[in-house]
Ligand binder design. Sequence first.
Ligand code: C5P
Length: 256
Amino acid sequence: MSRRTKIYEGKAKILYEGPEPGTIIQYFKDDATAFNAEKKAILDGKGVLNNRISEYMMLRLGEIGIPTHFIRRLNMREQLCKRVEIVPLEVIVRNIAAGTMSKRLGVEEGEVLPRSIVEFCLKRDDLGDPLVAEEHITAFGWASADEIEEITNLTLRINDYLCGLFAGIGIKLVDFKIEFGRLAVDGGHQIVLADEISPDSCRLWDRETNKKLDKDRFRRDLGGVTEAYTEVATRLGIIKENGNNSNVVSIVKNED
Ligand code: C5P
């Protein structure tokens, strides 16, 4: 791994040059950060779980015709992906009020929204990823009007599919963040889903108890973060139920 060329190191992932032109390797770290990296911790096994969960999401979405950057998982912490130019926007979909929407607009956490709402934030850590309007996006050239339309259409399809997928395993998809990239094709480019979909980037609540099964456990010091991620992976059928909650330990120990 040390011979690889690092392209970029983010808060939870490292990107390396891939083995062939036009590919990259995403390495999932155990690092957890919140509040723009003001709060940090290492959570043993989180990277392994997110790699597996994100692989699962990308494969299922690919099957319903969502173009993604995912090629294949290489090992317990790495996946091979197509190299894309990331659109500098965090696309957030909300089905139930929580987090910054509740804070910003005074909508009580847990209130089901009248319809799913798509928000765009500029990817700028130094500015705290501010919410931006389509006007800003097109005026500053972060994406074209056509790209925004394509991204919004794909995002709503992804939300529909994921709401159903999570409902099937007793989980409410409260909200989530996704990113898109431009993939070079035939002299032009295609918008594809990039980055990851994992409990780091989603709010997931148990349907019956509203227990949080996502990164809010870390943000709000609720404890049991990797246990919650393990529960999501278990309900998805990615890791086997063995009754003693040691799944994550065993998959981490068996890392290839
Ligand atoms: O914090 P906020 O309520 O805006 O987050 C909305 C959703 O987007 C949450 O699921 C959160 O985990 C995700 N998110 C993210 N990365 C960010 C900001 C938000 O994954 N930088």
